[in-house]
Design a protein. Sequence first.
Length: 508
Amino acid sequence: MQRRKNGGILTHFGIAFLLFSVVLLVVNGIEIYINQKKFHEQQYEETAKNLSVFLESLILADPDDFLTYQNYIIEHRDEIDIPVDFDNYIEAKSNFYKAFAKTYPNKSYGVNMQFDEMTEELKKLYIIYRHEYFLQTFENARTAFNVPYTYYIVPDKDDYVYYVIDVERTPGDDGKNMLLCDYYQDGEDVMPVFYETWKEGKTINKFDTFNNEYGRTNSYYTVLTIGGVKRGVICVDADVTQMYKDIVTNTGYRLLKTGAFVIIVMGILLLFINQKYITKLTALQSNIKKYAEEKDPSVVSKIEKGISGHDEISDLSMQTAEMILELENYMHSLLSATTELTNVKALANKDALTGVSNKIAYDSRAHALQKSISEGNAVFAIVMIDMNYLKQTNDNYGHDVGNVALKTLARTITECFEGCEVFRIGGDEFTVIADKEQLYGLDEYIARFKEKIKDMTIDAVKTRIPLSAAVGFAVFNSENDETVGDVFIRADKKMYENKKAMKSMKNV
């Protein structure tokens, strides 16, 4: 039976290397992802903190001025109009200083004229200028640091907060001017870290996470303290969605480089294995297969020619060549022994004198016939032939003449019962077994035998003596015969009846 081939060794190595590469890339990818995540989180957190520190430093450059701005705009937020679409605070600054110079021609703001001393109209112009300045500063910082959202809020009672500086310019009711200092309730359930930071009065290493129009963001908080008092919170949002995109992109890029390197290394390794080992194994396999199919010992020389180096495959090839030679010697010895055994077995089943089968062979054949009887498919006949006057021949002319008579009778039986098995089962007794093929011509065989032996003589001492034999046969009958012995007994009985009749005719 031919064994189904599941693929070459190189294919199995390739699959193993592929699985190894996949596992390696998966493990490496997880490690890269974790490191990238840690790096980007630190980077984004550091960016947010740096931006908060930057905005805080700008505000604290003139803390009193910022505090004046904060208090006034919260209190007068509904009285101040600032266009939503303003693009530069310089115009507002120019408007304030022109109006100030016109109103107080011999004064300088912050030198000999303070905020509280100005008219309400000038106060509003100044606050417009300062708000546009701070708002534009927050917007520019957002762009420079590449964050989605920066703002400054002042907590109030009952979890309400003022969005004093909000880069998300929200139009007011008229649609033209901004909604200033939006008053909004954000409780601790929404901004837990914000309120924890406010209570602590300092920056903590935590952040709130939101899902909003900017995507998923982390909010970092820095408490603004002026004069030892908490005044508000500078807030910077980091784009988590973009951060994870960067993580995935960098992870994929690094994996691509690692994968390309692994593929190149594995390819070189596979080529080396194929050249160094697989080719040798394939040649050895081919030679072994050829020997198995053709039993050609010349394969040994081909195997020996393919041996190179001192690796395990070379050792295996040498051992295989030696094994084939030993197998050849063994097969020759086995063949000789088998031939000898066959000859011995044949001799054991042959009658030494006549050359026909002996009693041992008959018993074996009878056993086989008995099995066919048990299986219900037996068809055969037994012919009994007994040589007449063998004892007288031996007594009168010697055993040599008797032996000639037996051999002549055996040869005659074999010739007349062509195709049938002939057995010598006793000194002067012969048995013939006819199978289905010979059964139809059995009467003709017996008649031929009787006719041939009727006038047959053999040489004796200075004379010729007649050769005589009695014949009887029986055909197996499945209704009456249960054993081969039953058929044998009936044939033997008829043979003796024939012998008795022959003696009666001789006496007459």
